[in-house]
Design a protein. Structure first.
Length: 427
């Protein structure tokens, strides 16, 4: 594994191996020293941000190498050969923001490459030496390695294992729909607090009851899978209730921020062919709405009176649309990202698993609904049986208000990412 010992750390090829390496290089018209230097440069590119690396040569000039151009090692070495020393010893220097690496190549009873690094880059020296030695051995032993499409330089075993582990995202795919996952989480403790905000504390029973009444009425109004219902709400308990209500209906939600200019709101409604808007009683009366739009207030008990709050049979499938979030339009026309239930639930399940989220956790929902992390704010909490605390509208960027929110439900965990330029998420 990586070490902070600055070195030197040695790459070595014995005399017989060095002889074979030189013969292979000659077959391709390359001096042995230049080919060895190319192998060193190739190793350095593996630790660059991308496939490019700038190396200071003994002449004082710099070689700007790119190992990601699609060519084989022989072609890259030939391209660099005129700049690299043909004879050994030679010395290269690489400057990184984190420190400097110095590489000495010499022919001493074979090939010797000593790697030394300073600063935070010191931990790279041993890894570079460990990666370079198998590469020069491979080039000495296997003629095909010079023309293979892959670089001969492999990462150290511990890094390969780490990368494989990080990228091993296989696992059971969560079944069902977003609202079904919330209902499953509520089964074991329906009286547990689900949402806190706007002076309200809703249990899971109350949350689902309100959502199901909304879902039934929306179905009556024509909501079907693939259709969109707009949610135009400030921060508060009404947001998760409205979102779940839309999903219970079978439709998908599209957030429209109340603070948008009227023309932008109307354009979003037209482009999405939305005919129903869930909002609050105050916004229903204060905002201008286009003709033909059914505006319903989530916080109006009268609007949902008489509608049954019993569980609804699902109307949609896992590959049906769950929500659409539009980009800001700062680089052109706003574009809507369409996400289905399967993709959203899979992401939420994965993130919750990585963070170990469970029913004892409490989330602060800082993200704006027009920001896709708000989906995790809501469903990361509610699919785990956790509590979601929503700050007062307009206080999302106020750290003093976060202090209140952090104690609102005897917090264990702080979740979500504030809208820029607020501080990043803490967990």
């Amino acid at each position: 594994m990586s070490t902070t010992d600055p070195g030197p750390h040695r790459t070595r090829l014995d005399a017989a191996g060095w002889q074979r390496f030189a013969e292979r290089a000659a077959e391709h018209g390359l001096a042995a020293g230049a080919a060895a230097g190319a192998a060193v440069v190739e190793a350095l590119t593996r630790w660059s941000k991308d496939s490019r690396c700038s190396v200071r040569l003994p002449s004082g000039e710099s070689l700007d190498a790119d190992a990601g151009d699609g060519e084989d090692f022989r072609s890259r070495a030939a391209k660099w050969a005129d700049r690299l020393p043909g004879e050994l010893p030679a010395r290269f220097v690489v400057d990184w923001p984190t420190g400097t690496a110095t590489v000495r190549l010499a022919a001493e009873s074979g090939l010797v490459v000593d790697w030394t690094a300073t600063g935070a880059a010191a931990e790279l020296a041993a890894d570079l030496a460990a990666a370079c030695e198998p590469a020069v051995r491979l080039l000495a032993a296997d003629a095909a390695a010079w023309t293979a499409p892959r670089t001969p330089v492999r990462l150290p075993d511990w890094q390969e294992r780490l990368l494989a582990s990080v990228n091993d995202t296989t696992g059971p795919e969560p079944a069902g729909l977003l609202q079904e996952a919330v209902a499953r989480a509520a089964e074991s403790a329906p009286e547990r607090i689900a949402v806190i905000g706007g002076g309200q504390r809703l249990t899971y029973r109350e949350l689902l009851g309100r959502a199901r009444r909304i879902g039934r009425r929306l179905r009556h109004l024509g909501a079907v899978p693939g259709s969109l219902v707009a949610i135009c709400l400030d921060k508060g308990w009404e947001q998760p209730v409205g979102i779940l209500g839309v999903l219970e209906s079978g439709a998908a939600w599209v957030p429209i921020a109340p603070g948008l200019p009227r023309q932008r709101r109307e354009k979003l409604l037209r482009s999405t062919e939305t005919r129903i808007v869930l909002t609050s009683a105050s916004l229903a009366g204060s905002l201008d709405w286009p003709p033909g739009i059914e505006v319903l207030a989530v916080d109006s008990d009268e609007a949902w009176a008489g509608w049954d709050d019993a569980p609804l049979p699902a109307a949609q499938r896992a590959d049906d649309l769950a929500y659409v979030i539009f980009t800001s339009g700062s680089t052109g026309e706003p574009k809507g990202a369409m996400i289905d239930h399967r993709g959203a639930l899979n992401t939420i399940s994965d993130v919750n698993g990585r963070f170990g989220v469970d029913a004892s956790d409490v989330f602060i929902g800082l993200s704006a609904m027009s920001f896709d992390l708000s989906v995790w704010d809501v469903f990361g909490a509610l699919t785990a049986g956790a509590a979601l605390v929503l700050p007062a509208a307009g206080a999302e960027r106020d750290p003093a208000h976060w202090t209140w929110a952090s104690t609102a439900a005897h917090r264990k965990r702080s979740s979500s990412t504030p809208r820029p330029p607020a501080p990043p998420r803490s967990t």
